[in-house]
Design a protein. Structure first.
Length: 176
C-alpha cells in the first residue's frame, strides 16, 4: 500500500485570502517551495485536498479555479516539485456533500485511486475542519499556524503536532 501526505491548499501552501478566485490572488507562503522539496524526497505521495466552496457560492467559476491551479503547478514545475494529485470540493456548506472537509469523500477517493494506507499517512491543514478530516480517517495530523491557524474553533481537534508552517511540519515528518 502507498502512503500519502494530504495537504490543504489555502493557508498552508498559499496565503489565505477570503477566496482565491484568480491567479493574481494566489501567492505561495514563504517556505512552501523548500518544504515541498523536502517532502518530495520521501516516499509519501503528495496530494492536495481543498474545499473550494467559493465555486458553489458563485464567487468564481471552475475555469477560474483551474487557472489558479495552473499557476500553482507552473510555480512548482519551475522548482522541480512534484504534486501527485489534487482533489477539490466545489460544494456549498448547505449542500451537505460527503466531500467537503471534515467529511472524507476526497480522501476516500484518493485512497481508492492510489491504494493509500491512511494509518501511515499525514494530513496537514490550518483549519479545524482539515484536522477533523484527518482524524476521521485515522491519519496523523499536523496543524500549521499559517492561514487560519486553527483559530476558527469550529471543531474540537487534537492534532498530533502543531507546526509554525509547512516547512516545520515537513521537518517533523522527516524526523519520524
Ligand atoms: Zn463537496
Amino acid at each position: 500500500m502507498a502512503k500519502a501526505i494530504f495537504l490543504d491548499r489555502d493557508g498552508v501552501i498559499n496565503k489565505e485570502v477570503q477566496f482565491v478566485a484568480r491567479p493574481e490572488e494566489f501567492h505561495l507562503l514563504p517556505n512552501t517551495i523548500e518544504a515541498l522539496k523536502l517532502l518530495n524526497k520521501t516516499d509519501y505521495k503528495l496530494i492536495i485536498i481543498t474545499n473550494q466552496s467559493g465555486m458553489g457560492y458563485g464567487y468564481y467559476t471552475e475555469e477560474n479555479y483551474n487557472a489558479v491551479t495552473d499557476k500553482m503547478l507552473k510555480l512548482f514545475a519551475e522548482e522541480g516539485i512534484r504534486i501527485d494529485d489534487i482533489f477539490y470540493c466545489p460544494h456549498r456548506y448547505e449542500e451537505e456533500c460527503n466531500c467537503r472537509k471534515p467529511n472524507t469523500g476526497m480522501l476516500k477517493k484518493a485512497k481508492a485511486k492510489y491504494d493509500i494506507d491512511f494509518s501511515q499517512s499525514w494530513l496537514i491543514g490550518d483549519k479545524t475542519s482539515d484536522i477533523k478530516a484527518g482524524e476521521n480517517i485515522g491519519a496523523k495530523t499536523i496543524l500549521v499556524l499559517t492561514g487560519a491557524g486553527g483559530k476558527d474553533s469550529r471543531y474540537d481537534i487534537k492534532p498530533d503536532y502543531v507546526a509554525a508552517d509547512l516547512l516545520e511540519a515537513a521537518y517533523f515528518i522527516l524526523e519520524k
